[in-house]
Design a protein around this ligand. Structure first.
Ligand code: NAP
Length: 276
């Protein structure tokens, strides 16, 4: 399926690593030009070099997104350098564990700034350019917003805010033909995830227990599987989809966990009983 993304200029925040990097690579593979906005200078330029060496256009703007002026500059840079913006992927974020018991109002607000404010700022500053192209916005949220996680109030609030803004912007931007959707990942192996899993005393064991609870295949979602949906939503192929929250999680949030043992042991006793 041709997604029609060739030549499109797509801004990807947090595009240097993890899910954002997978999105940037997939965009490049479709002939689009990803513009990475990230605070990780080395990782950003390494990825840009990798893509350019493969013969595709790519760019980067290095900056800390919690500072609104950096969001504005990132958008201005992209418009100046490439002449247009066809899509915005708000993706940068960090699960920083600012909880109710272990946290403070100041830390809560800092985390909101790190995780939510720049989603607004990027969309705000990119809007004039997106109006011209009838571009599209994809917000990367988290299952945390739906299920909670414990000990991470600010991140959960930010992720919930992103889902609310997705609906709100979808309504506000109807008149411009700008579509806005959100993706809700659950467990995706990325540098951030690895850092989190390594905070446990027995990370391997913890990972094994998490995988066992993921209904489809007892495995984590790959960053590429998230990227596939992002590209589809950015493309004209999703021309009548807006205001949606898409779960890309192997059934983690919605499927009955009790069925897990049955569904995933089709060669075992439970499975054969069920298949008969
Ligand atoms: P990641 O591996 O840490 O990559 C994110 C990139 O964004 C990193 O380069 C990071 O830099 C950068 N970044 C983060 N905050 C930034 C800021 N304020 N300004 C500039 N750059 C910033 O993270 P990921 O796991 O790919 O997560 C991407 C998105 O998916 C996040 O919104 C996350 O909440 C969401 N998500 C992930 C999972 C998962 O299982 N991985 C699950 C649900 C939702 P640093 O390395 O310096 O932080």
């Amino acid at each position: 399926m041709d997604l029609g993304l060739k030549g499109k200029i797509i801004v990807v925040t947090g595009g240097a690593k993890g899910i954002g990097a997978a999105i940037a690579r997939h965009l490049a593979a479709e002939g689009a030009c990803p513009v990475i906005v990230d605070r990780e200078e080395q990782a950003s330029w390494e990825l840009v070099e990798e893509l350019r060496e493969a013969g595709v256009a790519a760019g980067a703007y290095i900056g800390e997104l919690s500072e609104p002026t950096n969001c504005r500059e990132a958008v201005y840079y992209t418009s100046r350098e490439y002449g247009r913006i066809d899509g915005l992927v708000n993706n940068a974020g960090i699960n920083d564990g600012i909880g109710l018991e272990y946290g403070s109002p100041e830390e809560f607000m800092t985390s909101i700034r790190n995780n939510l404010l720049h989603y607004y700022c990027m969309a705000h500053y990119a809007l004039p350019a997106l109006r011209e192209t009838q571009g599209s916005i994809v917000n990367i949220s988290s299952k945390c917003a739906i299920t909670g996680q414990g000990h991470t109030s600010a991140y959960a609030a930010a992720k919930g805010g992103q889902l609310a803004l997705t609906r709100e912007w979808a309504v506000e931007l109807l008149k411009y033909g700008i579509r806005v959707n959100a993706i809700i990942p659950a467990e995706v192996s990325t540098p951030m995830y690895e850092a989190w899993i390594n905070t446990f005393e027995h990370p391997e064991e913890k990972l094994h227990r998490i995988n066992a609870k993921i209904p489809l295949g007892n495995r984590m979602t790959t960053a590429e599987e998230i990227a596939n949906m992002v590209l589809f939503l950015l493309s004209e192929r999703a021309s009548h989809i807006t205001g949606q929250h898409m779960y890309i999680d192997g059934g983690y949030v919605h499927l009955d966990r009790a069925i897990d043992a049955i569904a995933n042991s089709i060669n075992g006793t439970y499975g054969s009983l069920r298949l008969k």
